[in-house]
Design a protein around this ligand. Structure first.
Ligand code: SF4
Ligand code: SF4
Length: 355
């Protein structure tokens, strides 16, 4: 039986290593194909963007652009999927993919002024190919960011901070007759143990341990008082005089204790559960109520960039009026990115720096 267990573990490890090896190869080959095809497309813009290009050279360039586009699309697919597997869960995976995608997608806005080219069939094809590569990578990046945030939100709502971040109260089980009041005080949360609570000056004074910076998970005196059955007045004001003082630790050391305590983590989880719907609701309201002004802002941004490029290329870029579908899609992508990074920010605030 146990041999079977080891055997299946070996098989899953070997399969995992095989998948990692495949992802590495796919990512490397994809990266190489992307770099080569982008280089060749940029070179094409440089080479055939002059008046001296003959008709046959132009036809050959257009044919080549078609091939480079196919290589670029396959390349970014390999690069995006391989990198997603290799660096899954990494903080910057989605952001880097989206930044690369944006650099490719917006190439027609900055490349003409850098290369000083004229608009030809081949250069237009090359810019279109770069945009296609950017779109494919952008879709992969967007999917990665959305899945990553959805998994993080689910985990944070269920467990709060990761178990390895907990030092105080690790392994303490929730009380069977637990309370769990949303945004409650420490004694209204599931880790307040009944036998300590009844003799706890924090509870009897109706205060909160993380505000006093001493409590049952970090101060021996609180537990000792409960074990020794030390009498504490039931009056809230008098009970407050029995809250132990710890002068050996600094304020920041005490806060540090709370940051790695299961009770404070539960409090953070409650804040997260309340903030998340508020963030999504605010986001939806902004999108819905300010849709008109947001569309105007995106349209004007695209037109301004086009104007700058047009001036830089001495009118070669022409006056671009972005179609409605393009502006709506761009706004949707920007809004999705804002929401996902807004959620990541909330997670960072509550579970990394623990505000
Ligand atoms: S310090 Fe601990 S025992 Fe006291 S009230 Fe808070 S959670 Fe309960
Ligand atoms: S470490 Fe902070 S949250 Fe945990 S019991 Fe002590 S005071 Fe309360």
């Amino acid at each position: 039986m146990s041999r079977g267990g080891f055997g299946s573990k070996d098989i899953s490890d070997t399969f995992q290593e095989f998948l990692t090896g495949c992802a590495k190869v796919v990512m490397s080959l994809g990266g190489l194909a992307t770099a080569i095809s982008v280089g060749l497309l940029v070179f094409t813009c440089f080479k055939v963007g002059s008046d001296t290009t003959s008709a046959s050279q132009m036809a050959e360039a257009v044919r080549n652009v078609g091939i480079f586009q196919k290589v670029l699309v396959v390349g970014v697919l390999g690069l995006g999927i391989g990198a997603s597997y290799m660096f899954w869960g990494g903080e910057f995976l989605g952001a880097v993919q989206l930044a690369l995608a944006a650099a490719l997608y917006f190439a027609p806005l900055y490349l003409p002024s850098m290369l000083g080219d004229k608009s030809t069939e081949a250069t237009q094809g090359a810019y279109g190919a770069l945009q296609m590569g950017g779109s494919v990578l952008g879709i992969i990046g967007l999917i990665v960011v959305i899945i990553d945030v959805a998994i993080r939100v689910k985990q944070r709502v269920e467990t709060g901070a990761k178990a390895d971040q907990i030092k105080y109260g690790k392994g303490v089980k929730e009380e069977s007759d637990k309370q769990n009041i949303l945004l409650g005080k420490c004694w209204q949360l599931p880790f307040c143990r009944k036998f300590v609570r009844e003799k706890c000056p924090i509870y009897l004074s109706k205060r909160t341990c993380w505000k006093e910076l001493v409590g049952c998970m970090c101060e021996e005196a609180v537990i000792r008082a409960a074990m020794d059955d030390k009498p504490i007045p039931k009056d809230a004001l008098l009970a407050a005089n029995y809250i132990p003082q710890n002068n050996k630790l600094t304020m920041s050391q005490k806060k540090e204790r709370c940051n790695s305590c299961i009770i404070y983590n539960e409090h953070q989880r409650h804040k997260y559960k309340v903030t998340m719907p508020a963030v999504v609701l605010t986001w939806a309201l902004v999108w819905g109520l300010l849709h008109g002004p947001l569309i105007d802002a995106v349209t004007s941004l695209v037109e301004k960039i086009n104007h700058v490029v047009n001036v830089g290329t001495l009118g070669a870029a022409g006056n671009y009026k972005p179609p409605t579908f393009f502006v709506e899609s761009m706004l949707a992508v920007v809004m999705i990115i804002i929401l996902t990074y807004g959620m990541k920010l909330v997670e960072f605030l509550y579970f990394k720096i623990k505000v």
